[in-house]
Design a binder for this molecule. Structure first.
Ligand SMILES: [Zn+2]
Length: 532
């Protein structure tokens, strides 16, 4: 049972504000004996003296699991870039953890101790079900690393929330319960991505939850900071978190969730409005991750108050009702399919609204050729596909020649059942070599000033810098096709660069039209899959 730490003798001991105020009065009576660190210890914001330091253990374990994708995610994938991080290394992780460390540093008398961090899995969210073996290994690793920390007062877990594990429903809540079993009843705070699939179980298992409010995910560090402040207040007894969760019963594809545009923006604005209206209230909304066939899929509202049940319920109901009310606008819209989308893009290019950005949002392996094939079919010119993931084609190109040579190669169309057909391309090698994290990428020029960037794995282009670095002039391109849902908006929409943007619903593992997916485990009345 959580929240018992409130009556723990430790929080009624030297760390209690009442005791500290008494200490101040006594010390103040003694005049000169009041030290700076004692004064610091008297303030809820200031923290305690070094001897009185509170200790917070930090761990992270994140995955966004696409259960419809072909390959399971096991230990090999999680350790492709190395074994889990331990100790200080955990705190250098940036993002949520970086924000947490930064937030905690505002307080004196707080020791933040890195425990355990599972690295990002190879293939990211193109990985399918996490194996039970991997979940057991890393949850045990997190628990034992936290147990090794002396006199632990609280735990911060940087999670994602859309983890799907074979035979472990609601894995994040399960992880929190295991941590509590392992370290005792101390406050446990969690941060999530807004793609989290969660429900009341996490609100019951954890003491505090913070979820990012922006997609692209700009506020990971900010939510880490907020988690640090409220966790520290909770440990010191100046905040008593009470959480409620609601499921509005609405599921949306990622491509509808960008918070730069309505109605996703309006939902997050409503959450911020509540946070601004009421003191010490934190309103989190996860839009959910639709490509995980799990029972807690879809939007989740989690409201945290300072032990005010009525207020928490009222806000959670308001947020949940609002999401339900705007469900058609939010979740019920229809995107153009491949042929129509390419027609729209070519027409916009002819009108001079260049560069036209086409978001091939549903391709989660990066190997799909539907839009490439349709652009060739419709006689498109001055376009660039950035990118198609095809390590095999890159190898064939490298074996056949170097920059300036002409090659013929079949590209893409095989990595998943929706990837389309391999497309034969005869073109000139414009670039062959390193790019970013990739040892080798290839760029081919073909047709009427068309270009194709090949990467060995899915590469989500979010910034326009890739074109210049690979020797391509964006000014000479009319249409660029990106394998991205929302993150591209940073470099192409928010920057004002794109003349027009079309989200095209080509066949793929992550379609916008969720009614085309065969789910087994999601609620049988969720909008819009089971009711329109
Ligand atoms: Zn996300």
């Amino acid at each position: 049972m959580k929240a018992r730490f409130r009556s723990d003798s430790r929080s009624l001991g030297t760390r209690s504000p009442v005791f500290q105020i008494l200490l101040l009065i006594v010390a103040g009576g003694l005049g000169a004996f009041v030290t700076a660190s004692t004064i610091g210890g008297c303030s809820a914001l200031g923290g305690g003296s070094a001897a009185d330091a509170i200790v917070i253990g930090v761990a992270s374990f994140s995955h966004e699991t696409c259960t419809f994708c072909p390959n399971p995610t096991g230990i090999e994938e999680f350790e492709f870039y190395g074994p889990p991080l331990r100790g200080e290394e955990v705190l250098g992780d940036g993002g949520y953890v970086g924000g947490f460390v930064h937030g905690a540093a505002e307080y004196r008398g707080v020791d933040v101790v890195g425990a355990y961090a599972v690295r990002g899995a190879r293939g990211g969210s193109s990985g399918s079900w996490i194996t039970t073996e991997a979940f057991e290994k890393y949850s045990a690793g997190i628990v034992s690393a936290l147990q090794e920390i002396d006199s632990l007062d609280g735990v911060y877990l940087a999670l994602h929330g859309a983890m799907a594990v074979t035979d472990v429903p609601r894995p994040e809540a399960e992880l929190v319960r295991r941590v509590r079993d392992g370290v005792g009843d101390i406050p446990i705070f969690v941060t999530f991505d807004l793609h989290a699939n969660e429900d009341h179980e996490i609100a019951e298992a954890a003491d505090g939850v913070f979820i990012i409010k922006r997609y692209p995910h700009y506020d990971a560090a900010l939510q880490g900071e907020r988690a640090a402040r409220i966790l520290i207040r909770t440990i010191r007894g100046t905040y008593e978190p009470l959480m409620v969760a609601r499921k509005p019963n609405v599921i949306t594809p990622s491509v509808y969730q960008g918070t730069g545009v309505s109605p996703a923006r309006d939902i997050m604005e409503r959450a911020r409005r509540w946070e601004n209206r009421e003191r010490d209230v934190f309103v989190s909304v996860a839009f959910g991750f639709a490509y995980a066939d799990v029972p807690d899929v879809g939007a989740t509202v989690i409201v945290m108050t300072d032990n005010d049940q009525e207020l928490a319920d009222r806000i959670a109901d308001d947020m949940s009702d609002y999401i339900w009310r705007i469900r058609e606008e939010f979740a019920g819209k229809i995107l153009p399919k491949t042929r129509e989308g390419v027609e729209l893009a070519i027409a916009a290019a002819r009108e001079g609204r260049t560069p036209v950005v086409v978001a091939d949002h549903s391709d989660r392996t990066g190997n799909s050729t539907h839009i490439l094939e349709e652009l060739i079919h419709q006689g498109g010119s001055n376009f660039c596909i950035a990118t198609i993931s095809d390590a095999r084609a890159i190898e064939q190109i490298a074996a056949a020649g170097g920059a300036g040579d002409t090659v013929t190669v079949d590209v893409g169309g095989y990595a998943d059942e929706f990837a389309g057909n391999p497309v034969p391309i005869t073109g000139e090698i414009e670039y062959l070599g390193r790019y970013g994290q990739f040892d080798q990428v290839a760029v081919l020029a073909f047709g009427d000033n068309n270009h194709l960037i090949l990467t060995p794995a899915l590469h989500q282009v979010t910034m326009p810098g890739i074109f210049e670095r690979l020797g391509l002039d964006l000014d000479n391109l009319d249409i660029v096709v990106l394998k991205s849902r929302v993150h591209f908006r940073r470099g192409f929409h928010e920057s004002g660069l794109a003349g027009a943007i079309f989200e095209v619903d080509a066949p793929g593992l992550g379609p916008a039209d969720l009614t085309t997916i065969t789910y087994e485990n999601i609620p049988k009345d969720i909008y819009p899959v089971y009711q329109r």
